[in-house]
Design a binder for this molecule. Structure first.
Ligand SMILES: Nc1ncnc2c1ncn2[C@@H]1O[C@H](COP(=O)(O)OP(=O)(O)OP(=O)(O)O)[C@@H](O)[C@H]1O
Length: 349
């Protein structure tokens, strides 16, 4: 079975102390003023197959002119997977007004994980500080699925206007715990089995844009076997879910580059929408693909949806053939429990 590219462990003590190199990646693009609050832009130059970095270079002068009189613009380019987590933690500790993820869902996922450490929200070093750091997003990824729930396009100018207005809304965050108990956070979707395997393969074909998800799904069906799982919802009794093709825990509506998998999910509701596909074959997937994209698949035979605050999942016969991803990032283990943290982050919406 494939190994995850990077395992985010929010309790890793290493992450508390940033190296000088980490600090130096946060640079001020405008003229810094101590009166103004910092807005830290965490940019993945490799997002969308390198297009994010190119777009960012053109965007920075506009951001400086649009926002520079109200805040210190801090630019921080990530050097590789997981770097965005450390940058975010450091920015929050230094009292940033906002940390803005610039890239796709993977970058947003890492920034969200940077809002937590040791199972707790990260706080400013300054005990007198009363403000909370907000999360912002300039969606510039391949799928940019989280943004779709809000109707946001990959249009950076719209995103900059949202940041300029600065309206905040509390949104829920999902927390995943494995056997070791190390928490791992997600903001969009966590999903198990076929869809996660499809996402894993899709990541190899990002140069084809959104088509990567269809290629990934077709490849995932090759040698795919549905699995019997048991689930426990909101601490109730264990229930058997036979022949599960995919189980999706939606905090927001979309995954896989625009599939509206959890059409009733709302990141401000305090609940996940869990959608379970059972006993699907590749031809069921093809026949219902248009319904998955427009969110009308809940009426299809063997598709079940429910609103939950927590769900525990186990394989009835343990195997190492179950793929799991959170926000499109491959996890590499079947976590025990998915719980909602209501209103855990203030987002610039
Ligand atoms: N400097 C870097 N070099 C290579 N990979 C990086 C770098 N910085 C971040 N990454 C990794 O790139 C991955 C993908 O980035 P991102 O999600 O921004 O773009 P995307 O995959 O094109 O978009 P989407 O996830 O919306 O489909 C992230 O998971 C992150 O770990």
């Amino acid at each position: 079975m494939a190994k995850p590219a990077c395992l985010i462990r929010a309790e890793q003590p290493l992450a508390t102390d940033l190296t000088a190199a980490d600090r130096s990646t946060i640079s001020l693009a405008g003229s810094a003023s101590s009166r103004l609050r910092d807005v830290v832009f965490v940019v993945n130059p490799r997002g969308s197959n390198g297009r994010t970095g190119e777009q960012w270079k053109k965007l920075l002068p506009y951001i400086t002119s649009r926002l520079g009189s109200d805040c210190n613009i801090c630019e921080s380019l990530t050097s590789g997977p997981c770097h965005a987590i450390d940058i975010t933690r450091e920015a929050i500790r230094e009292g940033a007004q906002a940390v803005v993820a610039v890239g796709g869902d993977g970058t947003l996922h890492e920034v969200v994980n940077g809002f937590f450490w040791g199972g707790e929200p990260v706080a400013s070093h300054d005990p007198k500080s009363s403000h909370k750091t907000a999360l912002g997003l300039i969606p510039l990824g391949t799928g940019s699925d989280f943004a779709r729930t809000y109707g946001w396009k990959n249009d950076p100018h719209d995103a900059i206007e949202r940041i300029a207005k600065g309206l905040r809304s509390r949104i829920d965050v999902g927390v995943i715990s494995g056997e070791s108990g190390d928490p791992h956070y997600f903001i969009n979707e966590a999903d198990i089995h076929l869809s996660a395997k499809a996402g894993y393969y899709a990541s190899r074909y990002k140069k084809f844009g959104n088509l990567c998800y269809v290629i990934g799904a077709l490849q995932a069906f090759f040698r795919h076997q549905n699995r019997d799982l048991r689930i426990k919802v909101d601490g109730g009794e264990w229930e058997v879910c036979s022949q599960v093709t995919a189980l999706c825990v939606g905090n927001a509506k979309y995954f896989g580059g625009g599939m509206k998998i959890a059409p009733n999910a709302d990141p401000s509701s305090g609940n996940f929408e869990v959608v379970i596909l059972q006993d699907f074959r590749w031809h069921d997937f093809i026949l219902n693909l248009h319904k998955l994209y427009n969110g009308t698949h809940l009426s299809v035979k063997n598709v079940f949806s429910r609103s939950v605050q927590s769900i525990e999942v186990e394989e009835i016969i343990p195997s190492d053939s179950i793929y799991v991803q959170s926000d499109g990032e491959y996890l590499g283990f079947l976590p025990r429990k998915f719980c909602i943290l209501p209103g855990a982050i203030e987002m610039i919406c």
